[in-house]
Design a protein around this ligand. Structure first.
Ligand code: MRU
Length: 366
C-alpha cells in the first residue's frame, strides 16, 4: 500500500541483498521510520517488542529471521537454535509456527552452503504468497460488502473493525482491510469505525493511519462505543482479523474482539473474520481452553505514549500508583458468534464442517 504516494510492503530485503528492513510500528503514527534487521536476534526482538506485529507479518519476519541466522551459522545446530529462539517470541499467532515449519521443511535437507540462499528464497516466497492470499481475501470480502451495500442503495456502508488487521499486520493489503480498500477503490461509499484498541492502540495508531493514507473515510472510537453504535443502526457489519482460528472455527484475536461479537449478535449485525489459511490451527478444537493467550507487561496498561503539542513523544502514567494491572493480549470468540470466515479459498461457515469443506484433507483426523 502507499505511504505518501510511495508503494511499500511491511518487510523487504535492502539493496545490499541481505539486510532485512521493516517499518517500525512502535513509532507510528507520529514518525515513519524504517528499521534494519541484521541478525536473528534483531528479528526476534522486533517481534517481541512489536516493532512488527500482526499474525502474518510475525510469520514473515520469523522466516527472514531464519535467513539472517543462517548467514552466521548454517549448521544443523544453528538452524535448530534459530528455530527455537524465534518460536519463543510470541505465543498466540500461529502463523509464527507455520512460517518456521515451512522454513525448516525447505532447509533441513540442504547442505550448509545452500542453506542461506534457500532461506532467503523461501522467506521471499512466504511474503509473496501472503500478498496473494490477502488480495484473494479482499476479493472474497468485497462480494460480501457489495451484497450488504445493495440492501441500502445510496447509503454509506458502515464497517466496524478492531485492532489492526490492515496491511501493517500482513505483508500488504491486510486481511480485514483488504475488502475495505477494494470497496473504496471501486467507488463504494464505505466508512470504517476504528476501535482504538487499548492498551496498545493499534486501531487509533495504525488502522487509522493506514486508512487515512489511502483516503478511506473513518472515525476512531473508544473501545466501548461499538455496542451503542450497533443499537442505533450505525454498523452494517463487523470485520476483524485473527491470530489463530481453531479447526472448529473459534477465533482468537486482540482482546475485546469477543465483546464486539456479543454486541453484534445481540443487534443482528453480521460479524465476519478475515484470515489467511496459515492462521487456521487444525490441531485445535476448543479455542477457549486450547489457544495460548499471551499476557504482556503491565506498563502497556498503566502508561500511555503520545505526541505533545510541541512535537515531543512522551510516556505518561494513567493508573493510580500501586494499583495492580492485568494485560491479556487476546481473547477467543466462539464459532457460534461468527457469521463467516473470509479466507483466500472462499467464505467458510465457522465450524468444523465449514472449514473442512474449504480445506479438504487438513482437518484433524482426516
Ligand atoms: O498484538 P498484535 O498487534 O500482534 O495483534 C494483532 C491482531 O490482533 C490482529 O488483528 C491480528 O493479528 C490479525 S492480523 C491480520
Amino acid at each position: 500500500m502507499k505511504v505518501e504516494g510511495r508503494h511499500y510492503r511491511t518487510i523487504w530485503v535492502a539493496e545490499d541483498g541481505w539486510t532485512v528492513e521493516v517499518i517500525d510500528q512502535t513509532k507510528l503514527p507520529h514518525v515513519f521510520e524504517v528499521l534494519p534487521l541484521k541478525t536473528c536476534e534483531d528479528a526476534a526482538r522486533a517481534i517481541e517488542t512489536m516493532v512488527v506485529r500482526g499474525a502474518p507479518l510475525i510469520g514473515a519476519t520469523a522466516a527472514y529471521g531464519m535467513a539472517l541466522a543462517l548467514r552466521e551459522d548454517a549448521s544443523d545446530d544453528g538452524l535448530e537454535r534459530a528455530h527455537q529462539r524465534l518460536l519463543r517470541t510470541r505465543p498466540t499467532a500461529v502463523n509464527l509456527r507455520w512460517a518456521l515449519d515451512e522454513m525448516m521443511a525447505a532447509l533441513r535437507n540442504r547442505t550448509r552452503e545452500e542453506r542461506p540462499a534457500a532461506a532467503y528464497a523461501r522467506a521471499a516466497e512466504i511474503c509473496d504468497e501472503d500478498v496473494e492470499i490477502c488480495a484473494a481475501i479482499g476479493r472474497n470480502g468485497l462480494a460480501i460488502f457489495e451484497e450488504i451495500a445493495a440492501r441500502k442503495p445510496g447509503e454509506r456502508l458502515n464497517v466496524l473493525t478492531h485492532c489492526n488487521a490492515g496491511w501493517l499486520a500482513t505483508v500488504d493489503w491486510g486481511t480485514a482491510t483488504a475488502p475495505v480498500y477494494m470497496a473504496h477503490d471501486k467507488g463504494l461509499d464505505v466508512h470504517v469505525w476504528v476501535d482504538e484498541t487499548r492498551p496498545r492502540n493499534q486501531g487509533a495508531a495504525l488502522t487509522a493511519w493506514e486508512l487515512g493514507n489511502h483516503g478511506v473515510p473513518h472515525t476512531v472510537i473508544p473501545d466501548n462505543t461499538g455496542g451503542h453504535l450497533m443499537q442505533h443502526g450505525l454498523v452494517d457489519l463487523v470485520i476483524t482479523g485473527t491470530d489463530r482460528t481453531t479447526g472448529s472455527g473459534d477465533v482468537a484475536n486482540k482482546i475485546g474482539t469477543y465483546l464486539k461479537a456479543l454486541a453484534a449478535r445481540d443487534n443482528g449485525v453480521p460479524f465476519y473474520v478475515a484470515l489467511p489459511s496459515p492462521t487456521i490451527d487444525f490441531t485445535l478444537d476448543d479455542g477457549v481452553t486450547e489457544i495460548p493467550i499471551e499476557q504482556r507487561g503491565g506498563e502497556e496498561v498503566s502508561q500511555m505514549t503520545g505526541r505533545t503539542e510541541d512535537g515531543r513523544i512522551e510516556t505518561v502514567s494513567i493508573v493510580a500508583e500501586g494499583s495492580p494491572v492485568a494485560n491479556y493480549a487476546f481473547d477467543v470468540t466462539p464459532a457460534r458468534l461468527v457469521t463467516g470466515l473470509i479466507t483466500e479459498a472462499g467464505v467458510a461457515e465457522a465450524s468444523k464442517d465449514g472449514l473442512a469443506r474449504l480445506f479438504p484433507g487438513r482437518a484433524k483426523g482426516s
